[in-house]
Design a protein around this ligand. Structure first.
Ligand SMILES: [Fe+2]
Length: 189
């Protein structure tokens, strides 16, 4: 039987922090290569190294049928006209799907199907659920003015593959145009 801490959690809806979770914090320097506008990236980094996001993961050891989850908190802000984003990843076990539940703030997710090459941008917001199918790279952007918080639930055996994204990046970037998030091909900026 899992400890009560693993059976029941309360997260901080502002910071996403949660007792017993393994916290990972990513600063701007951790996202080198993710933003298309490298000059804006370097200028912002020279002025400081802000926290972009944190993820508190709850991943109890168990069997293949178990679920893991993480509470994410992504700060508002932009590099040039690109919104603050997560590194994004594929699952090491490619068939693994994931549910994202929006808690607070306004965000979008970029979903890129590794098999078909198709890309989509979908809203991630309070009272909203995003289903990320298997074989799909996923990255989150905060398009609002307040911290974006969300929960991601995934199979215990999913694993995280960051290296494929680090090599190929996402094909699209999400930028602000006339106050709205739009998806543009990276090589057509
Ligand atoms: Fe994931």
């Amino acid at each position: 039987m899992l400890s009560l801490e693993k059976l029941l959690s309360r997260y901080n809806p502002i910071t996403g922090e949660m007792p017993g979770a393994t916290m990972v914090k990513r600063h701007l320097s951790d996202l080198r290569g993710c933003f298309a506008n490298n000059a804006a990236f370097e200028a912002t980094l020279a002025a400081g190294n802000p926290l972009l996001y944190s993820v508190g993961a709850v991943e109890p050891a168990g069997g293949e049928g178990d679920l893991h989850y993480g509470v994410g908190m992504l700060m508002p802000g932009k590099i040039g006209n690109e919104y603050f984003m997560t590194k994004g990843h594929l699952h090491s076990w490619r068939p693994a799907a994931e549910f994202y539940f929006g808690l607070t703030g306004a965000g979008v997710m970029l979903l890129e199907d590794e098999t078909s090459g198709q890309s989509r941008m979908v809203p991630l917001q309070a009272n909203g659920v995003v289903y990320v199918p298997g074989y799909t790279a996923h990255r989150t952007m905060n398009v609002g003015k307040t911290p974006l918080t969300y929960i991601g639930v995934y199979p215990a055996k999913a694993g995280h593959d960051y290296s494929t994204i680090a090599k190929t990046n996402f094909r699209f970037v999400v930028v602000e145009r006339d106050g709205q998030p739009v998806m543009i091909e990276r090589n057509k900026l």
